[in-house]
Ligand binder design. Structure first.
Ligand code: GUN
Length: 279
């Protein structure tokens, strides 16, 4: 069975749009992009479009590849201080001359819609209420919408990034899964993936997971977005694995739209946190 991220995300977007309409102020996102990494340009365009669709304003801060650290920090400081900007997003990756950790951590944690500041990561690590990174949040919501049991299950996450693998492992642990994080140095990967009741793949290698690596009736979630001969494909060989899996996300129309919808939800959460501190 297909885990329909597109349809699920559309329903979430409707709810977000209603909530945005009920808020008297105009919600605004400060969107910072450096350079012209082709994947980042696509992601940023999708985020702009989604904001537009639900009535969230976007302030674009687009910089040339060789912008200075100081200039970025100044922009973030201005966004932090601007009460009319409710969320700040720095599109990653940044060019190597910029200090990504320092830049991300200059964002006011209450405006950190990606949940990537050390403060919000620390809260997640401690199971405190906080803003969850959009992709893991979208994956969790999708599993929940399809009533997929997580407690006690063997969940294997392939990928250990701060955007996906690590925060997703934390969220799964909170739901009492037995979590394994595998990655590019894992030996005998197939032995590990074969044990997964739920397999989440975020490694950026097109069609990498084949049917022989998946346990019968496993739930397979594909976070990959790869371009092969002009076509977007995931990290999972969909046509093969769909015959073995009980549930599987397609690419496109799987995790991607869930990420975007989750990001929009995070903007509303950030707005509410800021409002509660104003009153
Ligand atoms: N680059 C790829 N995915 C993401 C994301 O979710 N957030 C940010 N800021 N950059 C990304």
């Amino acid at each position: 069975m297909i885990l329909d991220g597109k349809k699920t995300a559309e329903n979430l977007m409707k709810k977000v749009a209603e909530e945005v309409a009920s808020i008297k102020e105009t919600l605004s996102l400060g969107l910072i992009l450096v350079g012209n990494n082709p994947a980042s340009l696509v992601y940023v365009r999708n985020k702009q479009r989604a904001c537009n669709d639900v009535g969230i304003n976007v302030e674009n801060y687009f910089f040339d590849e060789n912008v200075t650290q100081k200039e970025i920090l100044k922009t973030i400081d201005q966004c932090n201080k601007n009460p009319n900007i409710h969320g700040i997003l720095v599109q990653l990756p940044l060019p190597s001359h910029l200090d990504e950790t320092m830049i991300i951590n200059s964002i006011d944690p209450d405006k950190d819609i990606d949940g990537l500041t050390l403060v919000n990561q620390g809260k997640l690590f401690n199971s405190m209420e906080t803003i969850h990174p959009a992709t893991p949040k979208g994956v969790m919501t999708l599993l929940q919408k399809y009533f997929i049991e997580i407690s006690g299950k063997n969940v294997v996450v392939i990928g250990r990034s701060k955007l996906v693998g690590k925060p997703l492992a934390m969220l799964l642990l909170q739901k009492n899964a037995t979590v394994t994080i595998a990655h590019s140095r894992t030996t005998n990967l197939k032995e590990v993936t074969k044990k997964a009741d739920i397999l989440v793949v975020a490694i950026g290698k097109p069609n990498f997971i084949t049917a022989d690596m998946v346990k019968k009736d496993a739930v397979v979630v594909d976070v990959g977005i790869n371009k092969v001969e002009g076509k977007v494909v995931g990290d999972v060989n969909f046509n093969e694995v769909k015959e073995v899996a009980s549930y599987i996300t397609p690419v496109p129309k799987g995790v991607g739209p869930m990420t975007i919808a989750s990001l929009l939800e995070n903007i509303i959460i950030c707005y509410k946190i800021q409002k509660s501190k104003r009153n």
